[in-house]
Design a protein around this ligand. Structure first.
Ligand code: MG
Length: 322
């Protein structure tokens, strides 16, 4: 097996986990709060302020974003296919039996819908329609990284899988388009492509097929030299799927290392754990696990578990037909 492919594959999953665990330190903060709490910056999990929101997790814990991603990963390992009813059962058990900490409002509403266990897509559609087709939160893009790794050799399947897993809870086409964009991009990066104009153009037109409203966020990410232009800490839309997409694309196309990209994104505040999870997955897919600072990997509470399931997934994926 190509060592660099393995490095990028594992880098995707660990990049997400590290971005989530570190981003928690700045979740829901304004940029002014970030400066107040971390005047010299946030560089390790031990610095995370222990306020009422954050003390629910230990330093080095990842949050609901990576929790959902690993539930999908566990399901893939067990079912050997994308089985949305199995994933739905895992989400339900997590929220209602294990009291899933940090779970978002859209996911909760869909999980409580009577159709959820038999037809999650219908439940998600119903909740979305009840919102006036307005809800487009970032609860699906936060867990989509692993969909770029399964059915590794087939872009059409990656696209269909990302759609199916997104629509289990988030039916809006902006959510589906942003999940497909991130999953396809991760797959291309792990396969060794660079985030050049050609690849970004392909992904941008793919995303546009789902909803025209995606394009301006993609463009803003590509054209803003200063990440501050993305206003990631603006309260009105900090949990919006397209804000998170733009944070990830910005990091991928402007940073020259994993550490620099992730640090820039989370220090913007806003939904920093989710923006960090998506940016971390994209940066990990590009630069590989070997580029993630060792203190961030070693400090992860569930590092050994993630290492085991990531390696199992890698072996299974390599065995899939090309
Ligand atoms: Mg979270």
């Amino acid at each position: 097996m190509d060592d660099t492919l393995e490095d990028r594959f594992l880098g995707t999953l660990f990049g997400q986990a590290v971005g989530d665990a570190l981003g928690l330190g700045m979740e829901f903060m304004s940029k002014a709060d970030v400066l107040w709490y971390y005047p010299t910056g946030l560089n390790n999990y031990e610095q995370i302020v222990q306020d009422d929101h954050r003390k629910r997790w230990l330093p080095g814990d990842w949050t609901d974003d990576t929790e959902q991603m690993t539930m999908i990963l566990d399901s893939l390992l067990e079912m050997k296919q994308v089985d949305i009813c199995d994933i739905a059962r895992r989400f339900w058990n997590w929220v209602f039996f294990a009291r899933g900490v940090g779970v978002g409002n859209t996911v909760c509403a869909v999980l409580e819908h009577p159709d959820y266990s038999s037809n999650p897509h219908a439940a998600a559609q119903s909740i979305w329609e009840q919102s006036g087709c307005w809800l487009a939160a970032n609860g699906a893009i936060m867990r989509t990284s692993v969909m770029g790794l399964w059915d590794f050799h087939d872009r059409n399947k990656i696209r269909a899988n990302a759609e199916a897993v997104c629509k289990m809870t988030h039916f809006d086409p902006r959510c589906v388009g942003s999940c497909v964009a991130v999953s396809v991009l991760i797959n291309a990066l792990v396969n060794g492509r660079l985030p050049d104009e050609e690849l970004l153009g392909e992904v941008q037109s793919l995303a546009k097929e789902y909803d025209d409203r995606i394009e301006p966020f993609f463009e803003a990410a590509l054209s803003s030299d200063d990440i501050g232009m993305l206003a990631l800490d603006r309260e009105e839309d900090m949990g919006y799927t397209l804000k998170t997409l733009s944070a990830g694309i910005w990091a991928l196309t402007h940073a020259s290392s994993f550490e620099e990209g992730l640090t820039q994104v989370i220090h913007q505040g806003g939904d920093a754990d989710t923006n960090g999870a998506v940016a971390g997955a994209l940066l990990g897919a590009r630069y590989g696990m070997s580029a993630i600072p060792v203190r961030w990997l070693d400090g992860l509470t569930w590092r050994e578990y993630l290492k085991r399931v990531s390696q199992e997934l890698l072996l299974m994926v390599i065995g899939q037909q090309g």
